[in-house]
Structure formats: C-alpha cells, structure tokens
Design a protein around this ligand. Sequence first.
Ligand code: ADP
Length: 187
Amino acid sequence: HHGWIEVIVGPMYSGKSEELIRRLRRAQIAKQKIQVFKPSIDDRYSVSEVVSHNGEKIKAECINKAEDIYKLLKEDTEVIGIDEVQFLDDQIIDICRDLADKGLRVVVAGLDMDFRGEPFGSTPYIMAIAEFVDKLTAVCVICGHPANRTQRIVDGKPARYTEPTILVGAQERYEARCRLHHEVPKV
Ligand code: ADP
C-alpha cells in the first residue's frame, strides 16, 4: 500500500499542533495505529504529550535524535505524527522519506521560518519532498491580518537578526505577526 508525507507549517499560534492532533484523532477513529513523536527540546507543557495552545492534547514520545524514531517504531504502526520538526537533526529528512516509501503515512508539523523569517532547519526540505503541504496562518497581534511570521521579543524589544536561533534560559516571548509588522533589526 501507499505511503506519503504531509506537512503542516506556519508561524507560532497558527494551529499546527491543533491540526496535527485533529488528523491523528481521525486516523484513530479509522482504527489505524498511530505513533506521535516530538523533540525533547520542546517541553513547553508536557514531556509525554503534544499540547496545542488551545489545550488539545495527544500522547507523544519524546526523542533526542531523529533516528530514535527507528528504535521506538512499532511494527504495526500505520500513521506517524511528528511535531516541532524544525528542532530535529537533518536525518529526519531521510527518515520521513524512508517511512513513506515503506507505506506509512507521515504527518509532520513545524515552523517553516525562524524568528528572522529565514527557512528553519529541515522543514523546507521536508516540504519539498512531501505530497501535501498546508501553510497555516495565525492572527497578527498588531493588525489582525493573517500572520505568517513569528516575532521574537527579548527584554521587551524585537530580537536582532544576529541573535542565535535557539535561546536557552532567556527572557523571551513570541508573537504572531504579518510581513508588515514583523521586525528584525539587522544591527
Ligand atoms: P501552533 O502549533 O502553530 O503554535 P497551536 O495549535 O498550539 O498552534 O495553537 C493554536 C491556537 O492558538 C489557536 O486556536 C488560538 O486558540 C490560539 N492563539 C493564541 N494567539 C493566537 C494568534 N495570534 N493567532 C491565532 N491563534 C492564536
């Protein structure tokens, strides 16, 4: 039987986790065996669940490396969900391809752009090799138009272009913004 890759991308708050959970729930209703993975770097809410900002949840297994998926994969799994894919190492690209080749449905969610508006990690590569891509928008907190970017704010100010992509232990927050209101000072 046929496998394929479907990708759900967009900025923070665009409903990626919500949509991933919705698709996986429907697979469960169809009595398909699912497994959900997420990188352990994102322990926003729970180490064992994917949780959306509106409180929807689904059980997930935390992985440190993309190849951990092979260690945890059960023989009867038909649908794989992966959240926050941008935080996994590049091997995830080949793993998604391999699992789809083997007949699994691979549903991947993640940020397509980092806080600078640049392509984020392996997400753009997986988008390129996927059968289906859905690019979701959030609501711009400044003007209410569709937001496709994630604004990073550190100490109340827009984060500069030169800041590292992943900050550890910083006073940072994120907002959904449209192109017009997305601010990334170069200096
Ligand atoms: P993502 O996984 O893309 O970060 P989630 O699925 O976790 O998104 O959260 C989506 C939910 O976030 C929405 O249903 C809504 O309740 C909430 N939300 C909060 N702020 C915003 C915003 N600026 N735009 C859209 N949704 C928002």
